[in-house]
Design a protein. Structure first.
Length: 612
């Protein structure tokens, strides 16, 4: 490092008040045996930290100083200077903004080195001071002969993002645009993507705060904050996401949508981007679509026993309509894609109509709905029928016209799969009739319906035994089973102290038999349909969820939270119902039931009383 000829480093640090005379003397004594430079010795003795030392020297020589970290280095900028030159001049390229390459240098006042670097890189050089050991460390990481930058970026940790300096609110938009091209923003956005992929998040929420940015990840259905980006960078982060999503970077007043395709950790990932203007700035939500999650069987999703057999029987039918029901985010699309994967082959023409197309499937012709040009679900479906289809997947039955076309397609010799927003599988019948489908047509077309929910699994790394609360046992109709031991996760670093790791689907399958077809034809209510199903040892969502809890896969409270919308069998029993074959009370025919409050639903999976 170059200082004034008349002043040594130690004297300069003492003069600036960075160290004392005693600190300097102890460092000089240690330097005699350690064979290190004075600055490195002071840092090793913890007399001064590296950042303070760099800033003190930088002020003296009249340049900016920096401590190199991952978020400050753009891998593309590193390639502008040869490794041999970087080693010889003790430099490391950091990032390129317009035509200026910022370079960390151990000797930033060396004009011959700056001239050589400018000629080699083809850009103006902005030198900044960094410690020689700091430069050498990151030369090995970014410029080593065997370094793989893409795989190296996947090893970044959340703390590495804290290097970006704060941006003031008064900075002009032109300055923000320049920052987008800089390494910190690029690496910050990449790190946000990688963090989500590593933790199996389904969504990333980039939200504006008054003076900062908040990034949250939806993991197992619950939002969690795993990384905190630097303050004041929100506009630049949003602009970077818009650029890679091929969206209009100048439009900040209207919602926009875009798509990004990335390859991370050997997996193909599609990102669906949505922006929304708020009073504090634009909020971005990124849906993560991991294709590797589709390579699972129905058994791995959670279907087993008679439910699996009945669903597979539906799929083997030569024609007819099969519906998957549940609220948004319950995994309906994944179930349908896995079903398509089981029945597709070279001898079948499979077409889908979706809005939007979430995953691209092999051997499947997928159609993206575009309401702006008139390509709606009904219009696409009518055209599909002239494409000689064998199997048709309709992303969602949203209106009466789509429902009519889907039923007609099922009646004319096609397999039709679709989703519907209802709470139960028998409720799909009522919903279709409410949408204007004639009961006699639905009775002929419908093969069955599947309702599903996603339950958070207990974390296997911290699973422990516990006894649920009396309220939970009462809500589960297990008040006489107080001695049963259930399982829960106590919370650990692997599950972010939540006690949950991953999710499993809970299913309720209604296969249509001749008895059900007669009931549908007669337009009976949902309870009458359930009464007929219970005579076949049918299990609803609550019953199948309780089986998961009894097997230790989920907590009792989590099952109750997810299935709280289902019929409260205790109330029906109190009103005079009889017990079905599985032992749970059954309602009397045609008897209505008022919804009852569920204390566990409000707790969002809060565990009950644990005992040692």
């Amino acid at each position: 490092m170059l200082l004034k000829r008349s002043q040594k480093l130690g004297d300069m640090l003492v003069e600036q008040g960075v160290i004392s005379e005693d600190d300097l003397q102890r460092a000089l004594d240690s330097q005699k045996t350690g064979h290190k430079r004075l600055g490195e010795t002071l840092v090793a003795m913890k007399v001064v930290n590296a950042n303070t030392l760099v800033n003190a020297i930088a002020r003296q020589v009249g340049v900016n100083g920096c401590t190199i970290r991952h978020g400050l280095v753009d891998p593309k900028a590193v390639q502008l200077i040869e490794r041999e030159d970087a080693k010889r001049f003790k430099v490391l390229p950091l990032f390129l903004v317009e035509n200026t390459l910022t370079v960390a240098m151990a000797e930033p006042q060396s004009l011959p080195a700056i001239d050589h670097l400018a000629q080699t890189a083809g850009h103006q050089i902005n030198p900044v001071l960094a410690l020689e050991s700091n430069i050498a460390e990151y030369q090995d990481k970014y410029m080593g002969p065997q370094v793989n930058v893409e795989s190296f970026l996947t090893s970044l940790t959340e703390s590495d993002v804290e290097v970006v300096e704060r941006e003031t609110d008064e900075e002009a938009s032109a300055e923000i645009d320049r920052m987008i091209d800089g390494s910190p923003i690029v690496n910050l956005v990449n790190l946000a993507f990688l963090t989500a992929i590593r933790h199996n998040a389904s969504d990333i929420h980039v939200e504006p705060d008054r003076h900062s940015t908040r990034i949250r990840y939806r993991i197992d259905g619950i939002l969690q904050e795993l990384m905190t980006p630097p303050a004041g960078m929100h506009a630049a982060v949003v602009s970077r996401i818009k650029v890679i999503g091929k969206m209009d970077i100048s439009e900040k007043r209207l919602p926009q949508e875009g798509r990004v395709h990335v390859v991370a950790e050997g997996r193909d990932i599609d990102l669906r981007v949505s922006t929304m203007p708020t009073i504090l700035g634009e909020k971005v939500v990124i849906r993560i679509l991991d294709r590797s999650k589709l390579n699972v069987s129905l058994e791995q999703l959670g279907l087993d026993g008679p439910e699996l057999d009945e669903f597979q029987t539906m799929l083997r039918k030569p024609h007819g309509l099969a519906l998957v029901t549940g609220p948004t985010g319950s995994g309906k699309t994944t179930t349908l894609y896995c079903a398509i994967d089981q029945i597709k082959d070279f001898g079948r023409n499979v077409l889908t109509v979706e809005d939007p197309v979430e995953y691209q499937l092999d051997l499947v012709n997928q159609i993206q709905i575009n309401d702006g040009i008139g390509l709606t679900f009904p219009r696409a479906l009518r055209s599909i029928l002239r494409q000689d289809p064998d199997v048709i997947l309709v992303g969602e039955i949203r209106d009466a016209e789509t429902a009519r076309v889907a039923v007609q397609a099922a009646l004319t010799g096609h397999i039709v799969l679709s989703t519907l927003h209802t709470n139960t599988s028998p409720g799909a019948v009522v919903r279709m009739i409410d949408m204007g489908i004639e009961p006699y047509l639905l009775a002929s077309a419908l093969n069955g319906a599947v309702a599903q929910r996603l339950v958070r699994r207990n974390c296997p790394a911290c699973i422990a035994s516990y006894y649920p609360s009396e309220a939970a046992l009462r809500d589960a109709d297990r008040v006489d089973d107080v001695r049963r031991v259930y399982k829960k996760g106590e919370g650990c670093s692997k599950c972010h102290q939540t006690g949950f790791s991953g999710r499993v689907a809970v299913y309720e399958v209604m296969a249509v038999d001749e008895g059900l077809r007669h009931l549908i034809h007669d337009e009976v209510g949902e309870e009458e349909l359930k009464d007929h199903l219970r005579q076949r040892n049918w299990r609803d969502l609550r019953a199948n969820g309780l089986r998961l809890a009894e097997r230790g896969m989920a907590t009792l409270e989590e099952v109750l939270r997810v299935t709280h919308v289902e019929t409260d069998t205790r109330v029906r029993a109190e009103r005079g119902g009889t017990a079905p074959p599985d032992g749970t009370p059954r309602a009397a025919p045609n008897q209505s039931r008022a919804p009852q409050p569920n204390p566990q639903a409000q707790a969002a999976g809060t565990p009950g009383r644990a005992e040692a």
